[in-house]
Ligand binder design. Structure first.
Ligand code: ADP
Ligand code: TRP
Length: 331
């Protein structure tokens, strides 16, 4: 029996290379050995996006991105969260097993409260219940499909640990193993991809390299990476350089060793290092970019693939819900 891998990405804008290296690429690698279930977390996005046209556009964009990166809907269950309403029934069940205190500890919520306090506002200013209970919906996504592995960046680990806690508490109450305990997995080398300013690459920091900008825009962004004022001749430390950190994610091991040696020796200027970074990133993204635009021009096919995927997903989901309803006495 193959293990089950599941992950979701929120449709919140064109994915960047942090999403690509931290989530999409490892997930697709995992789909070679696992039964994969990858979906678009559109109800998670509703917390932040209240513009219907924009939400739909971002859904198509993220679906195109998955397909362009190589997701094959014939081998991978590919669906939209909102097309599997069993998710929301499981959410209701799980709410009864989720201590409020657990949600109080969620990083995203805590960060908002902290910002509000610092700005002398009400601690819950701007916090909706969707944001507060975000980890429970995520637990429902995961537990509905008997997930073994959840490929995500480390920023999501806390959410997976909460899904484990919630599942354990359900299993304990009913003396059952009905909810499988999921494990988060992140690849060591792409745990945190750095952005243009050296912080974690994130849409929230405005420091991203989007996956599908033109070659010209890509080059311009890479040239804007923040560096120090060392001269060309000076030897440089590869391990504190964000250009080198990004380079490692795209270059071959030989290229990385070569670049490391040139950093240490001196004579490699930041401009040249950026140029070489641009070349390796562009070589990998170019074919993906072309496929992305193909899919963006064939949106009907995307919707059909998602519809087909959700029909298969619902079949599995409804069996799980029937099993759980029996356990809780609502059957
Ligand atoms: P963002 O921080 O830009 O809003 P999301 O929170 O939507 O990104 O993340 C989507 C997926 O991409 C998650 O699995 C997350 O862990 C992963 N991810 C996002 N940024 C990075 C990064 N800089 N490095 C590694 N993985 C990342
Ligand atoms: N919270 C995830 C993110 O922000 C997206 C997500 C929603 C997810 N449901 C999930 C990821 C289930 C893994 C499994 O990136």
């Amino acid at each position: 029996m193959k293990k089950i891998a599941l992950t979701g990405i929120k449709p919140t804008g064109i994915p960047h290379i942090g999403n690509y290296l931290g989530a999409i690429k490892p997930a697709l690698k995992l789909s070679e050995t696992c039964e994969a279930r990858y979906f678009i977390a559109d109800y998670h996005a509703l917390n932040a996006c209240k513009d219907p046209v924009e939400l739909k556009k971002m859904t198509v964009e993220i679906a195109s991105a998955w397909l362009a990166c190589g997701l094959d809907p014939k081998n991978t269950l590919f669906y939209r969260q909102s097309d599997v309403p069993e998710t929301f029934e499981l959410l209701t069940i799980l709410m009864a097993f989720t201590p409020k205190g657990l949600m109080n500890r969620a990083h995203a919520y805590k960060a908002m409260v902290q910002n509000n306090l610092e700005a002398n506002k009400d601690p819950d200013d701007g916090v909706n219940m969707g944001l507060f209970t975000y980890p429970v919906l995520m637990a429902a996504d995961i537990l509905l499909f008997d997930t073994d592995f959840v490929p995500v960046g480390t920023d999501q680990f806390q959410h997976i640990e909460m899904a484990q806690d919630i599942a354990q508490s359900f299993n304990y109450v009913y003396k059952t193993q009905a909810l499988k305990i999921p494990q988060p997995i992140a690849q060591e080398d792409t745990k945190t991809v750095v952005g243009l300013d050296g912080r974690k690459m994130s849409k929230s920091y405005n420091n991203t390299i989007p996956m599908f900008c033109t070659e010209k825009e890509l080059k311009k962004l890479i040239m804007s990476i923040v560096t120090n004022s060392q001269t060309i001749e000076e030897p440089k430390d590869p391990d504190t350089s964000n250009i080198f950190a990004l380079y490692k994610n795209f270059a071959t091991p030989e290229q990385v060793e070569n670049m490391r040696a040139r950093y240490l020796k001196g004579g490699l200027g930041w401009g040249q290092a950026k140029q070489e970074l641009f070349e390796v990133i562009n070589a990998e993204l170019k074919p993906i970019r072309e496929r992305y635009y193909y899919w963006m021009n064939h949106q009907e096919d995307i919707w059909n693939a998602l519809k087909e995927g959700s029909q298969k997903a619902r079949l599995l989901a409804s069996q799980k819900i029937a099993q759980l309803r029996k356990i809780i006495g609502i059957d």
